[in-house]
Structures are given as C-alpha cells and as structure tokens.
Write a protein that binds this ligand. Sequence first.
Ligand code: MG
Length: 371
Amino acid sequence: MRWTIYVDLDAYYVSVELRERPELAGRPVIVGPPPAGGATRGVVLSASYEARKFGVHSAQPAVQAARLCPEAVWIPPDHAKYGRVAAEVRAVLGRFAPDLVPLSIDEAALGVELPDAAAARELAVNVQAALRNELHLPASIGAATTRTVAKIATDRAKPGGIVVVVPGEEAAFLAPLPVRAIPGVGPKTEELFRAAGVATIGDLAAQRPSSLSRRLGASARGWILLARGQGQDPVEEEPGPRSRSTDRTFPQDVASWEPLESAVRELAAGLAATLAEEELRYGSVGVAFRWADFTRTQRSRTLGASAEGPEPLARAALRLARDLWDDERAGRGRAIRTVSVRAERLAERHQRQVSLDSFPPPARPRGADDA
Ligand SMILES: [Mg+2]
C-alpha cells in the first residue's frame, strides 16, 4: 500500500539557529529582520513556541511581533545556512525513502510502500529520531495514503508528535476538523463556507458541487474532493526526471507581493541546496502559481548557459514570479494558494563544457525526485 510520510520540521529557522546558540533554548526567539525604528516592512520568518505564546507567528509584520513580545531575541535570517541544513535533512530523509518530494525548505513528503498503519508509525518514529539525534532538529510527522491527508495529520501532530491516519478512515479523521484545517483555507474562504452552512470538513464532504459553486465558483469541486480525502496532491505537474521542483501552499491565500517574494526566495534557496547536494547544474528555471480558484499559471525561462549555485536560480525565479504576478494578478484580482519553483534541463556538474542535450540522461539521482 502506498503511503505518504509527511515531515514538517518544527519552527525550522529557529531550530537551526538554536543548534549554534543552545543557550537560547526555552526563550522566545524570532528569526526575521529586527524591526529597527518601527519602519520595516519585514515579516517574521519563524518564531519559537515560547514566542508563539505571545501571539507571534510567521508571516506577521516584524513591527507587530516586537510589540507583542518585546523580550524576544531577534536573529537575522541566514537563508544560505537554512538551505544547507535543508540539504542535510534531505540526505537523512533519503535514507528512508528513495521517493522524496521536498515541498518547502522545511517540509517533505516521503512516498513509500508499507503493509499497514503499524509499519507507517514505525517508519515515522525512526525518521523523527534520526532528525533529532543526527541533526538536532525537532519534527512533526503525519502518515496517510494521500499527501493532503498526511499534511493535515502533520498539522495535528505539531509540535513534535506523530499522527497516523488508518487507511479507510480518512473521511472519519477529517470530518470533525474545522474547514480551516485544510491547507489553503484562510479566513476569506472560511467565511464563504460558513455562509453556506459549512463549519467542519465533514460538512464540506457532504456538499454537492452544484450547491456550493454558487458561492465558491469553480473551486467548489476541488474543496469537496479534498474534504472527502480524495483530493489530488498539490503538485499535479509531472516534470521529467531531469527536473526538480519545490512548492509551498500558504496557510491562507496570499494577495500581496511581499510574502510571495519571500516564499520564492526561500523555495529557490532550498532548491539550489538540493541541486548542489546532487551535484547538478540547471539550464532553465520555472515558476508556477496555483490561484485560489485552483487554476494554475506558470512561466519558465531558459538561461543563456547552464548555471549552478543559489544566485542565478533565485534571480530568475524572482523575475519570473514578479512578471507572472504583474501580468496575471492585475487581470484576475485573485489570491495565490500555492507557489512552486522548478529547475529544469539538469546536468551533472562535470558536463559543464558540453551542450546539455548532447548527453543521454544521467542515471536517476537519489532523492528529491518529483515522482
Ligand atoms: Mg515547519
């Protein structure tokens, strides 16, 4: 039976920083641009659970976080370091499953064949222990037979827990949860659901698309399928083995450029770290948005010469994202649910002097495949 073991590192940036500054353990710590003078537009990237008790959360304006928790210790972000550690995480996860989909810098889905729920739990326990013992990183893990259900299970497991959804019990697991537990349902969508009499995922599963589409338009069907545990996984594209991609579904739909920009930066840094780990160069970069109504637009660009390292990838991804945002959002006036960054035309590093297309595909590298 096919399982997804969904791994989400707890307070990732903070946990990475605490490896070097263990004396800060147990204190409110915020990774983000320190709000000097109160004029910054920066946002919190990650907050320790101690800081969260004050109401601090990621994507919150730094100024507001500083007001809520004046005693917090601020650490400026070091994206290159988080990318390097993400590659260490992938190396550990890759030992447990050859089919590894990195979904963001601190989340990954392992695809594995397992006989039953007990085996899924045992694997999750082992993965969690390896991350803790070898990398000193705490993780929450959800296991289920679809990726979306596994992701929701992971959210229930935070922080530091494991939740396994027994096959056949997906709908029963989801039913009592509020619709907000579905990745991508923010306050606006929640309000639309509420107006339609839908409070829990169980209420949503019982809806007919035709009755819900009056309020939710074309996205109604997608939400209902998700609620029934039948939803498609967030990334439907199937890039060939010679590409790598990573994506992020926002906790709520994003309608402004700043959070999108920082997500693209982080995704690009994580992806570059994966490619460096695999000793791959890239010749093309792509960016895709999934909008709140589940439609998808994408754009890609072939680089003049194949590149390596985080800079060209981040630069190209940001330009593509900005263009796509400017062109598409103006006409649509819509918000973004998921953003993905992709690297294509991959080649092993030692092939750098030769045209990418003159070689047969390299042996399928371990890990990080978009299967
Ligand atoms: Mg996390």
